[in-house]
Write a protein that binds this ligand. Structure first.
Ligand SMILES: [Zn+2]
Length: 140
């Protein structure tokens, strides 16, 4: 019976995992689009722990032009980085964002941006004070 229970538990976990993947899929597809752009322009792509990590090429050029010049950015189950080293340095932080996408799904980006907007309107740090970033920095 224990084997049966374990079998069902494993199947249950796989279904939950599939739902997380589907729930975050719209943003993952956006991330993969940018990842393919990076790959086509000299960058790289790899899978680590079920997460697609993309780096370099046009991605590095884009990152250098973003206002806060991030080293990496998570979109669903895809993480974009300036370089492989940037992905290694930020991996634990970005994994927290992956879990946030699994919780918020399609709503993650609007919720994140709304938090940043409210903080910016209050004159606070729209990045560091953002609750999604605070959770990531506290748990990385
Ligand atoms: Zn972050």
């Amino acid at each position: 019976m224990l084997a049966d229970y374990n079998g069902r538990f494993t199947m249950h976990s796989k279904i939950i995992q599939l739902l997380y993947i589907l729930w975050a899929l719209p943003w993952t597809l956006v991330g993969l689009g940018f990842g393919l752009l990076g790959l086509a322009t000299g960058g790289g792509m790899r899978v680590r722990g079920g997460i697609v990590e993309c780096h370099g090429g046009m991605l590095a050029w884009i990152f250098e032009r973003l206002p806060i010049e991030p080293m990496a950015m998570t979109l669903g189950h895809a993480v974009l980085g300036r370089s492989e080293i940037a992905l290694d340095i930020t991996r634990s932080h970005e994994r927290i964002h992956v879990h946030q996408y699994e919780r918020w799904g399609l709503l993650f980006v609007p919720a994140y941006l709304l938090c940043s907007l409210v903080l910016w309107m209050r004159g606070e740090d729209a990045y560091r004070q953002n609750p999604f970033e605070r959770e990531a920095f506290e748990n990385e």
